[in-house]
Design a protein around this ligand. Structure first.
Ligand code: PCA
Length: 301
């Protein structure tokens, strides 16, 4: 029997984590127990930002990471973290199809195997006070989870602080941060309604979590087991997308039920954030160069 650890950064009852557990159980069943994968959720094994390196170094055989957090390493990872480039499930899938071959190749060069990716629900803005334009965000202590979410803060003159999801409630409770852009799903996971009052459903982008494996660990499996892993991964990708859509609706209802005002953003706030998105796409293209341009063309095709 082979045993793998799989490090993830989100709580056990988050839909990504539940999907990982189902994936692990599918693999165990399909291989008659030959490969047992243990999911360690909520950043209990490694912090969100340490997981990729840990998988690369073989400290854990597998892990789940949010692609957008790795934008500084390689711009293509960050494409799905840019505001309003792909801001619906349909566009997110198109972008995913365009990113996939590039990411597979990059990961392979890095000694990793790409298993599957699943989008978070669309990202909106959680705040303490009502916000009617980007100007209202000035000087606010803004929680970021990626270079792009920190850059948004810069552009609206807020103060970015990077905090992983597992530590978000605490950061809100202690006043380290007072606003964040994330999904309703993470809003529910972290009980953000205990500290924040407003959720503006901007639907600005759908960042993806990807599940990766150390290549040596993967290569050490026999062919039948490898095939079982890939098959379970393909099923997890489909199941995860459906769960994401379901959770998008359910979590907004849960936020409301817990007293949060779930609102559409004002046209001014929308226009301001779109402008932020345009600036960031320009900056991204400059950094991503020809590779970024060809990803964009593939996406737009
Ligand atoms: N939740 C994660 C990433 C995107 C999301 O919706 C977080 O806030 O860290």
């Amino acid at each position: 029997q082979t045993k793998w650890d799989l490090a993830s950064a989100y709580p056990a009852n988050n839909f990504h984590s539940e999907n990982l557990v189902q994936f692990a159980s599918d693999v165990e069943k399909a291989t008659a127990g030959k490969l047992k994968i243990t999911v360690h959720s909520n950043a209990s094994l490694f912090k969100a930002t340490e997981i990729k390196r840990a998988v690369q170094g073989g400290q854990t055989q597998a892990g789940e990471v949010i692609q957008a957090s790795m934008q500084n390493e390689w711009q293509i990872y960050g494409a799905d973290g840019l505001p309003f480039l792909a801001d619906s499930y349909e566009e997110s899938l198109k972008l995913q199809a365009a990113q996939r071959p590039l990411i597979e190749k990059k990961l392979s060069d890095q000694g990793l195997v790409y298993l599957y990716a699943v989008a978070w629900p669309p990202q909106g803005l959680f705040t303490k006070k009502p916000i009617s334009s980007a100007a209202d965000l000035k000087s606010i202590k803004w929680r970021a989870y990626s270079p792009a979410t920190a850059r948004i803060a810069d552009l609206v003159k807020a103060q970015p602080v990077t905090v992983q999801a597992a530590e978000l409630s605490q950061a809100l409770a202690t006043g380290v941060v007072e606003a964040t852009m994330t999904s309703g799903a993470t809003g529910v996971d972290g009980k953000l309604y205990e500290h924040l009052k407003y959720y503006y459903d901007l639907q600005a982008w759908l960042p993806k979590n990807m599940v990766i494996v150390n290549r040596k660990a993967f290569d050490a499996l026999d062919k039948a087991t490898q095939d079982a892993v890939l098959k379970a991964a393909a099923a997890a990708e489909v199941r995860g997308l459906a769960a994401s859509k379901r959770v998008d609706t359910e979590s907004k209802a849960k936020l409301k039920a817990n007293g949060m005002q779930v609102l559409e953003a004002s046209s001014q706030l929308k226009a301001d954030m779109k402008k932020v998105g345009e600036t960031m796409l320009g900056e991204w293209l400059e950094k991503a160069g020809a590779e970024g341009q060809s990803l964009l063309s593939a996406y737009k095709r």
